[in-house]
Design a protein around this ligand. Sequence first.
Ligand SMILES: *[C@@H]1O[C@H](CO)[C@@H](O)[C@H](O)[C@H]1NC(C)=O
Ligand SMILES: *[C@@H]1O[C@H](CO)[C@@H](O)[C@H](O)[C@H]1NC(C)=O
Ligand SMILES: *[C@@H]1O[C@H](CO)[C@@H](O)[C@H](O)[C@H]1NC(C)=O
Ligand SMILES: *[C@@H]1O[C@H](CO)[C@@H](O)[C@H](O)[C@H]1NC(C)=O
Length: 391
Amino acid sequence: MRIFLVCFVAFISLINCQIPPFTEECVDNAYPPPESRKVPSYVVNLDLPAAQRWTHVVKNKGPEIKKLLDEFKSFISDIFNGSQAIVNFIDKEGPAFDETLPQPFADEMRGIANATGLKLGEIVFFNIFYEFFTVCTSIVAQDPKGTLYHARNLDFGLFLGWDIKNNTWAVTELLRPLVIIVDFQKGGQTVFKSVNFAGYIGILTAIKPKLFTLTMNERFNKDGGYIGLMEWILGERTGQWMGFLTRQVMESASGFLEAKVMLSNEEMLAPAYFILGGNKTSGLYQQGCVITRAREFVVDVWDMESANGWYILETNYDHWSAPLFLDDRRTPAHHCMGNMTQQGVSIKGLHNVLSSRPVLNKLTTYTALMQVDSGHLEVWLQYCPDPCIPW
Ligand SMILES: *[C@@H]1O[C@H](CO)[C@@H](O)[C@H](O)[C@H]1NC(C)=O
Ligand SMILES: *[C@@H]1O[C@H](CO)[C@@H](O)[C@H](O)[C@H]1NC(C)=O
Ligand SMILES: *[C@@H]1O[C@H](CO)[C@@H](O)[C@H](O)[C@H]1NC(C)=O
Ligand SMILES: *[C@@H]1O[C@H](CO)[C@@H](O)[C@H](O)[C@H]1NC(C)=O
């Protein structure tokens, strides 16, 4: 049986009876995970016409994308008291939504709809969901030699179908099989690499080898989240999709500083945190920062040197205010970073921090680890067996 709850408080009392207590921990033996947690890689050729770029990636994924969509739709119809109207509206109006989107994204979605046999409206809808539900932890850190690493957990699916029998989130479970590495190429050369969900064309986690690394975390605030989603569905469409902005940054920014400017200036559909790592640790400016965005403007840019010196860490709360007490992954993450020390900064060390509960939780779909100079990106699916906190 699955239920949808949009109220934290009702949810807590439910969860408290469901889940054995967990303890915070800093694990030191989670790396390397078993081979079975690796994810497949695909090349997406940016020289192809947009409608053909994703065909080989998604052609066998139609049924899996469909299952996830059904889950999103039941969430939406739940918000509207079980009404199917909004869902029908999305299916019917989807092609019209697509007309309002910039190229090449509109054509890429058309190609994906064609290749999966799903409706265009459904693919558009599948793509917009990530703008609003990405609850995460991102870290940029440098080792004592000044080598920069950037790592993240992607936690997704809060409120999207808690499965009482399995103690899992339906959407998180459905997402894991869709996690892929995408190598975006031009002229046969890698431009950048990202971690995506098959069928999603925006960017949440990516590396431009030798130049910079980028992750995006959701920022909840009054003018964001569900309100932005509803406004967009209902036709008020000012602002850029976050996922398209990040993709443009990955495709066209020539370095850390240009990426920082691009991420600060565009109006967006929803607020966000952009966590950006560069390729430089010596000199006056270390290149690691968290850009806190409102929809229309940049609220704050926080640099690694003023954060901690050797790392900067962001979950889903403004760094100058306390996290929601129900969802404090930040304090445990800092605790485990401190325990690891700068000597321990490495792919392995960061993977261990991100595998420590509650930084690791039931919403965690994957951990991504990047090293900018070598262009290294590795990704592991994550699971959090009980006892484990739901978010
Ligand atoms: C849809 O895909 C088929 C082949 O699978 C192709 O022949 C056709 O041109 C595509 N249609 C569009 C609109 O891209
Ligand atoms: C719940 O777990 C059972 C057995 O492990 C499995 O068959 C079922 O598909 C799971 N349900 C979901 C929604 O993941
Ligand atoms: C580091 O990035 C800058 C652009 O921000 C670039 O000009 C430079 O070549 C990069 N350094 C290396 C070693 O690739
Ligand atoms: C730090 O980690 C070690 C294991 O590497 C553990 O034994 C120790 O208790 C941890 N310390 C703290 C303060 O968590």
